[in-house]
Ligand binder design. Sequence first.
Ligand SMILES: [Zn+2]
Length: 407
Amino acid sequence: MLERKAFFVVVDGLGDRSVKDGKTPLQIADKPVLDELAMEGCTGIMNTLGPGIIPGSDTAHLALFGYDPKLYYKGRGPFEALGVGLNLEEGDVAFRCNFATVDDNFRVIDRRAGRLKDEGSVLAKALQNLTIEDVKIIFFPSTEHRGTLILRGKGLSPAVSDTDPHSPEKVPPLESKPRDNTPEAKKTARIVNKFVRKSREILSSHPLNKERKKEGKLPANIVLTRGAGIYQKVESIKDRYGISSCCIAGSALYKGVARYAGMDVLNVEGATGRIDTDIEAKAKAAREAIKTYDFVFIHVKGADNASHDGNLEGKLSMIKKVNRLAEILREEDAWLIITADHSTPLSVKRHTSDPVPVLIYGEGIRKDRVNFFDEVSVACGGLGHLNGLSLNRIIMDLMGCGHMVGS
Ligand SMILES: [Zn+2]
């Protein structure tokens, strides 16, 4: 029987290192509610994937939802595809894509084609209904210059390299290579290369690109692929624990991981996945959702964006927003868990393996002696040193749907 519902708040890239007078942003920030919850609740420190392992946001979220990335991570592409609302079939290989600009020698001039606005959806229409060999090509535009490619057919593999050079200096040819010796990898690389060449052929003569050239803009004359991943259907959270779950997030990746785990995705106006996200709107949606769902996952992305930019003020303002979110959510009779997927220290502007703080608040929780919600204080907390999978098991047990070992 379900004993209590739960809000699960993940603040992307929240963990940090000392930035000022030996203090982390969480130690500097004004966050009275978070500190109060730490005082009333139980805390701990977590390496999402294990000590010393630098988590990607995708693998970290898999672990936080109870899916061991060693077994369940097959590349990022499917999460992006699921996140923009596409439905995948077992064995589909999905990629993240960019519309880009290349010259006649396939040299990349701009891997974002001067950042498109809404033109992506027009260009994408020209790439529909293609079949290469026996593989169906499905291409969808997403925001700006981005898109998603799905290869659907028999004998495909995610073990192929990117055609996106990631840096403009790389010389042609932009070629995907098999990463292993299997016929599946060789076939997939071949199909990808044919698709990229085909996209160049179709897009170069597209009227919209002719117009762009006239206006002095870069033509979006090729599609480049990266982040290949194969889709496998997995046991959902509902199958495992018998609970209903939903996701409130701004960015496609997190919606995608949530859908992969069987969560419903709620679209909230104003949830942007950026520093300007409307936290009141998210909190309101979460309070509404907890009436229907047992487990409500709320993703807050802005802290990671600010960290990648080395923007302390931005990070502090996001912590303030999380403080407000906690203030609203604590009013509900549900567990409130607040943590991060990984650290993104301002000083290094990338993900690191530094552990992240964890806080669990709710009536009857065993209180520890920690009075502040920050990386240093919570290291003395009652939850000790966790990983993502163990935090997920703890939450499921608190909700009353964990599984006993033995009898
Ligand atoms: Zn992240």
